[in-house]
Write a protein that binds this ligand. Structure first.
Ligand code: ADP
Ligand code: MG
Length: 332
C-alpha cells in the first residue's frame, strides 16, 4: 500500500484530478494557480490556501503576521493568473482556550493584506480545532482586460523571468528557527507582498505566455511552467539576483544563499515565460511601471523535460507537504 509520503503532494493532487469530473464553464480545473470559471459575461478566478500552525507558521508567530501571510498566499494565486482579487472567505479553526483578542489581531493582519489588494472579506466558517490555529483563505477574483495567464503556454526559446528577490522568506524562517537577528528577512517571511498589479500588467502583454507565483521555490515552480508546456527549463544560477541582505546573512551564518533562492518558497514573487525577441522591451516597460527588480533567470527548450540549473538536472528542490520531514514549517 503506498502512502502519501510515497506519492507526494503532487502525486496525490494528480490522482484527485483524475477522479474529478469536468463541467461546462470550467476553463481551468485542478492544476493551475486558480480555477478559471466562465460565469455569464465574467471569467472568475478562485483559489484557496491552508495555513496550519506548526506546518505553515511557527507557534509564537505574531498573530497579525499569521493573518497577513495566509491572505497573501491566497491572493498571490489570483496575481499569478493576472487577475484582480475581489472577495475572500475565511475558514477558521482554533482551540477553545484561544484569546479573542488574539484572533482579532489575526484578522487585523488578514484585513490589511486584503485592503492592499482591493479585496473584501465576505464570509467563512468557524470551528474548534483539536490543537493549534488553522486558517483556510478562499480568494475570488476576475480576469481583467480579457486575458489571464495560466501555467501552460511557455514556448521553446522563451525566457524565464522572475520579479523581485527570491529566498528572503526562507532565510527569514531560517533566522527564526535558529534564533538569529535578521529583521528584514523575518519581515519578508511574515509579510510577503502578492504581486497583484504586476500580474495584471503582465497578463496584458501578449508576449508573456505563461505565469506562476513562487510559493514552493523557484526550481519547483519553474518546473511547473516547464511541465505544463511539456518543455524543459534551464536556470542560470548566476542570473538570479542576490539580495544584499540575504548575501550578508548567508555569509555571517555560513549558509548557501542559492539554496534559499532556488529551493525556498513563500516569496510570492512571479515567474513567467516571455517571448525571446520581445523580452528586452517587455522588461524595460515593466521597469518603467514598477519599482521592483525583474530578471531573466532561465530559458525554456524542447530538447529535454524538467528543470536544470546550469545544465545540471535537479531531482528535488522545493516544498512537498508529504515528502518533507514533519518538523519543517513550509508553504501551501
Ligand atoms: P498553489 O501552490 O498555487 O496554491 P497547489 O500546489 O496548492 O497550488 O495546488 C495545485 C492545484 O491543485 C490547484 O489547481 C489546486 O486547486 C489543486 N488542489 C490542491 N489540493 C487539492 C485538493 N485536495 N483537491 C482538489 N484540488 C486540489
Ligand atoms: Mg500558486
Amino acid at each position: 500500500m503506498s502512502t502519501l509520503h510515497d506519492v507526494g503532494e503532487f502525486g496525490l493532487i494528480a490522482r484527485i484530478a483524475k477522479m474529478a469530473a469536468s463541467a461546462p464553464h470550467v476553463i481551468e480545473g485542478i492544476g493551475d494557480d486558480c480555477a478559471v470559471l466562465r460565469f455569464n459575461t465574467h471569467t472568475l478566478l478562485v483559489s484557496c490556501d491552508l495555513s496550519i500552525e506548526g506546518v505553515h507558521f511557527l507557534p509564537g508567530t505574531p498573530p497579525e503576521a499569521i493573518g497577513w501571510k495566509s491572505a497573501a498566499s491566497s491572493l498571490s494565486d489570483i496575481a499569478a493568473m493576472g487577475g484582480a482579487p475581489s472577495f475572500v472567505l475565511v475558514s477558521l479553526a482554533c482551540p477553545p482556550d484561544c484569546e479573542v483578542a488574539y484572533i482579532e489581531r489575526v484578522y487585523d493582519g488578514l484585513l490589511d493584506a486584503l485592503a492592499q489588494s482591493g479585496a473584501v472579506l465576505v464570509g467563512g466558517d468557524t470551528s474548534r480545532s483539536p490543537a493549534g490555529l488553522m486558517l483556510d483563505v478562499t480568494s475570488i477574483g476576475e480576469v481583467v482586460g480579457g486575458r489571464c495567464l495560466t501555467r501552460k503556454g511557455a514556448r521553446p526559446g522563451d525566457r524565464l523571468v522572475t520579479t523581485g528577490h527570491l529566498g528572503l522568506s526562507a532565510a527569514g524562517l531560517h533566522a527564526l528557527e535558529n534564533g538569529h537577528e535578521a529583521p528584514a528577512l523575518v519581515h519578508a517571511h511574515y509579510e510577503p507582498t502578492p504581486r497583484v498589479s504586476e500580474g495584471q500588467w503582465l497578463a496584458s502583454r501578449t508576449e508573456v505566455h505563461a505565469m506562476i507565483d513562487i510559493s514552493d521555490g523557484l526550481a519547483q515552480d519553474a518546473g511547473h511552467l516547464a511541465d505544463a508546456g511539456r518543455l524543459g527549463v534551464d536556470i542560470a544560477r548566476a542570473s538570479v539576483p542576490l539580495d544584499p541582505g540575504l548575501a550578508a546573512y548567508s555569509e555571517v551564518h555560513a549558509c548557501d544563499p542559492y539554496a534559499f533562492m532556488l529551493g525556498g518558497g513563500e516569496d510570492y514573487e512571479l515567474a513567467f515565460a516571455v517571448d525571446e525577441a520581445a523580452c528586452d522591451d517587455v522588461l524595460a516597460a515593466f521597469r518603467r511601471e514598477f519599482h521592483i527588480p525583474v530578471s531573466v533567470v532561465g530559458v525554456f527548450n524542447d530538447t529535454w523535460h524538467g528543470v536544470r540549473v546550469d545544465g545540471e538536472p535537479l531531482s528535488s528542490g522545493g516544498f512537498d507537504h508529504f515528502k518533507q520531514d514533519e518538523t519543517t514549517t513550509g508553504n501551501p
